[in-house]
Design a binder for this molecule. Structure first.
Ligand SMILES: *Cc1c(COP(=O)(O)O)cnc(C)c1O
Length: 523
């Protein structure tokens, strides 16, 4: 399988090239030349596979044997998910009749990004080691310096994905004093030599601007081989397809239905996905294109609702809060102005309205150009209708998020379990409830509809919203009901963090090079 850019110019990239580059040289995102179809007997043959076995089966459809031999792929997958606390890796929990939660938070940092980043870290290491073996001593060592900015949520997943990986150094910039104590501790208590936390005096936007400046600094970039682990990396999307399949099989097993049987085929499976950069739900789109029975994919957004507005108005338009910045909500990992992976879906939508792949690329490139110069673009009705055949969208306010956490903690009927939702997951669940109500869906077993809400974070990670929602219940005790043992004492553990006094790219460069020397890297 080879990869092309969503903007039409570049194609014929290998998987390794797509993963190591992240972004295509023409500014587009990598997509496979074609979406592989599932083997005809997949329902039967895959029904009892473990998460790791499913991952190998799916990934093999996108990565040539000549690029990663199956034995190596098996080893990469096995190591990546051995860090998960749950033996099923991403288990399905039943919360009500017809309503399930797919728990994606059993990885090292208690958030769904671990599913992708545990794998990506190993993949980087694998490719670098292989390049170094191919060009041994005498030549220079292939290495990667990953630089990223975080407002708190995603930095730790990157750090845990890359800690202790050979030939990789990781620098995560966070705004000093502006990330929650738990999130700060999750990042800074990782003491591996190749992990560098920079606490920058400034805002998250300052940190992000610095990272952009560094990537644009050709000389610095060439000297240190900058790498990114942001959500546009194709490998992240690819491994996220695995849990859609696992959820499908897990659901049928729990309902005691045989995959492919008329009873199983009669069920309509909807996935509700709390969405920010559109990576998680895009993986569901690929799963669907490959052949996974998916009735609807529900894009659940918070008040940063550019995607919801797209489905309502045909316009993709950047919109800030009153202060000109992204709106701050109770689901901060979804606070975005633009949704970076949406470009990939746009390519597939455009492709359905033109004759060739190149024309689809040109269409996407023109939309992205308009977005850049005018802050928006509009697509014609045909495109949105195509999208609506599979996707639906709903926007959830903070108030509804809190209400949903409360409702699901206190079951109102015998067929409901008490469940503590994190605020991101609550957005997905609230969106699902809106659609159930709007369309008057008949939920299983009374009707054919089943909704699976993707749970993207453990509630302990976003304790503020959870405590706000549940503190009025006398039987609720955060330490007892929610806090995992791994978080106990975390705040008091030894930390490794470098304080940076000014949000100044030149100063950051100085700090990075000093740290690299201390790590023993020569450049
Ligand atoms: C990143 C993140 C999301 C959004 O996922 P996308 O792939 O960016 O749409 C949702 N919830 C949590 C907890 C996250 O960390």
């Amino acid at each position: 399988m080879k990869y092309r850019s969503t903007r039409g110019q570049a194609q014929g990239y290998t998987f390794e090239e797509a993963v190591m580059a992240g972004l295509s040289p023409d500014g587009g995102l990598f997509i496979p030349h074609s979406v592989p179809q599932l083997p005809t007997n997949w329902r039967k043959e895959w029904a009892n596979k473990s998460f790791e076995e499913l991952a190998v089966a799916l990934l093999s459809l996108y990565i040539d044997q000549t690029e990663i031999p199956t034995k190596d792929l098996e080893d990469l997958v096995k190591r990546s998910y051995s860090t998960f606390r749950h033996e099923e890796r991403t288990p399905l929990a039943s919360v009500r009749d017809g309503l399930y939660v797919l728990e994606l938070f059993h990885g090292p940092t208690f958030a769904f990004k671990d599913v992708a980043l545990q794998f990506v870290g190993n993949l980087f290491e694998y490719f670098l080691e292989r390049r170094n073996r191919a060009e041994p001593a005498g030549g220079k060592v292939h290495r990667l310096t990953v630089v990223g900015a975080t407002s708190g949520d995603t930095g730790s997943a990157a750090i845990y994905g890359l800690r202790n990986k050979k030939n990789v150094s990781v620098f995560i910039l966070h705004p000093r004093g502006r990330v929650s104590p738990i999130q700060e501790a999750q990042m800074t208590t990782v003491l591996d030599k190749n992990v560098h936390n920079l606490a920058v005096e400034g805002t998250f936007d300052d940190c992000q601007d610095i990272v952009k400046t560094l990537f644009g600094n050709k000389e610095f970039n060439e000297r240190h081989h900058l790498g990114a682990v942001n959500s546009i990396n194709w490998a992240r999307i690819l491994v996220q397809t695995v849990y859609y399949f696992q959820a499908y099989f897990g659901l049928l097993r729990s309902l005691k239905l045989v995959p492919g049987s008329p009873e199983a085929e009669a069920i309509n499976i909807h996935f509700s996905v709390p969405t920010g950069n559109f990576g998680d739900v895009l993986a569901g789109y690929f799963a669907h294109r490959m052949g996974l029975p998916t009735h609807k994919l529900l894009v659940a957004t918070n008040a940063n609702d550019i995607l919801y507005r797209f489905f309502e108005t045909n316009a993709y338009e950047k919109q800030t809060g009153a202060d000109g910045n992204v709106k701050e909500t109770l689901s901060p990992a979804m606070d975005i102005l633009l949704s970076s992976n949406f470009e990939r879906l746009l390519w597939y939508l455009a492709r359905e309205t033109v004759q060739t792949d190149e024309q689809a690329g040109q269409t996407v490139a023109s939309w992205m150009q308009a977005l850049k110069t005018e802050g928006s673009f509009k697509v014609n009705n045909e495109v949105v209708l195509k999208a609506r055949a599979l996707f639906d969208a709903a926007m959830v306010t903070d108030e509804q998020t809190i209400d949903t956490i409360r409702t699901f903690y206190k079951p109102a009927a015998a067929n409901q379990n008490s469940y503590v939702l994190d605020p991101h997951t609550a957005v997905g669940v609230a969106a699902a409830e809106k659609i159930i109500k709007r369309d008057n869906l008949a939920l299983y077993p009374a009707g054919p509809e089943i909704l699976i809400c993707l749970a993207t974070a453990h509630p302990a990670k976003f304790s503020g919203a959870v405590e706000t929602a549940l503190k009025s219940y006398s039987d609720f005790n955060f330490e007892k009901n929610v806090l995992p043992t791994e978080f106990i004492g975390l705040l008091d553990k030894p930390k490794s963090v470098v304080s940076v006094e000014r949000a100044d790219p030149a100063l950051i460069i100085e700090v990075i090079e000093k740290e690299l020397r201390q790590e023993g890297v020569s450049f």
